[in-house]
Design a protein around this ligand. Structure first.
Ligand SMILES: Cc1cc2nc3c(=O)[nH]c(=O)nc-3n(C[C@H](O)[C@H](O)[C@H](O)COP(=O)(O)O)c2cc1C
Length: 363
């Protein structure tokens, strides 16, 4: 309530880019005053997934904390895991502003940020310091890697490999982002031979580092676009199974503008659309991927989650974990606790003992 009545109107008076920077700065410096909500640590929401302990299934989606500066705040808000990035091998400024747009009539955002980040080496350095200071480790930390804009598509694998080499020590799991619409040609990497080359190269690094450092290999997941046809999505799942990828993040933002209420002046902005209009397609894709992938693939469901009911739909469609971004912008940080409370109520109502029982229950 405080967020919607007080903070959101203030933040929404700013342009989205500075508003986002203000939110990140407040979380980076203010995490000490936050108290982890009780529901978010209820054992009935905890799961062992990807060989990691998740205190609850609600995570921060990639793109909100691209640099990993606010990592200490995410468990305090109640998140069960957080994904930083996308990080690229080379530092890059991203697209010029304006590059993020609010569509309040649709509970949506359009963005063409273009992977603004300070590169994998600096990000790894910052996270190593955070780790030494005990600021990460309470919840699993995912690292989402993308391709630098200056790297040609046929050298993409090397770019992803450089990022994995740098970030390996701090990543609990790794997401290969081949689905952002804002790097020219990136989504073409979802095609089988290109994706296989990238994943094989990453797996090689993973095995080598794991043996060298005497630590478990990092689970590798692939993040896909909602605009893939069903046949294309099936092909990615089959490839994931063939390569032994641990999971898929379903899904990134969409290029579709179907059914929007907002003014054309905004809906025609170039970029990826996120939020409520993405929810149905995302859930449909979660169901498809989890049915085809079966036990072998962990699905992280993301797209248009604004409530416990939205999260429950993705989980019962087959997502072991869920993530949010746009919901956080519209509903504020209290949304995470509300989703955890609502999920607990649903687990109880369904006569289940744990959220794990709900995964794929409607499949
Ligand atoms: C401003 C903005 C920036 C994003 N940046 C990234 C990114 O760098 N990497 C990525 O994999 N996804 C990125 N995403 C996509 C989100 O992680 C998520 O997949 C998508 O927004 C759908 O979830 P939502 O409806 O809860 O926002 C971004 C989304 C937004 C709104």
């Amino acid at each position: 309530m405080i967020y919607r009545r007080l903070l959101r109107p203030l933040l929404f008076r700013l342009d989205p880019d500075p508003a986002h920077r203000a939110a990140i700065a407040a979380l980076t410096h203010g995490h000490r005053v936050l108290r982890t909500p009780a529901a978010s640590r209820d054992p009935r929401l905890a799961q062992q997934v990807l060989g990691l302990h998740f205190p609850n299934p609600v995570g921060l989606a990639a793109g909100f904390d691209k640099l990993g500066t606010a990592v200490a705040a995410w468990p305090k808000i109640g998140f069960g895991f957080a994904e930083i990035g996308s990080v690229t091998a080379y530092p890059q400024p991203g697209n010029p502003p304006p590059r993020m747009f609010r569509l309040p009539a649709d509970d949506a955002l359009i963005n063409r940020m273009g992977f603004n980040n300070d590169g994998s080496s600096r990000t790894a350095g910052r996270l190593l310091v955070a780790k030494r200071r005990g600021r990460i480790g309470e919840i699993p930390l995912g690292v989402n890697i993308g391709k630098s804009k200056i790297t040609p598509a046929d050298q993409a694998a090397g770019d992803y490999v450089a990022s994995l080499e740098a970030l390996w020590p701090v990543a609990d799991y790794v997401v290969v982002n081949v689905s952002s619409p804002n790097t020219p040609g990136l989504r073409d990497l979802q095609e089988s031979s290109a994706l296989a080359e990238i994943v094989r190269a990453l797996q090689e690094v993973n095995v080598r580092r794991s043996e060298l450092e005497q630590q478990p290999a990092r689970p590798i997941l692939v993040k896909i676009a909602p605009d893939l046809s069903d046949a294309q999505a099936d092909a990615v799942v089959d490839l994931a199974l063939e390569l032994g990828i641990e999971g898929m993040v379903v899904c990134n933002t969409t290029l579709s503008r179907d059914g929007l209420r907002s003014d054309r002046a905004i809906t025609t902005e170039v970029g990826g659309l996120s939020g409520r209009p993405l929810a149905a397609r995302s859930t449909e894709l979660v169901r498809r991927v989890s049915r085809r992938g079966g036990e072998a693939l962990v699905v992280i469901g993301v797209g248009g989650i604004f409530s416990a009911e939205d999260a429950w739909q993705k989980i019962t469609a087959g997502a072991s974990l869920v993530q949010l971004y746009t919901g956080l912008v519209y509903e504020g940080p209290g949304l995470v606790a509300r989703i955890c409370e609502g999920l607990l109520a649903r687990v109880q109502r369904a006569g289940m003992t744990s959220i794990a029982d709900a995964v794929g229950a409607e499949n």
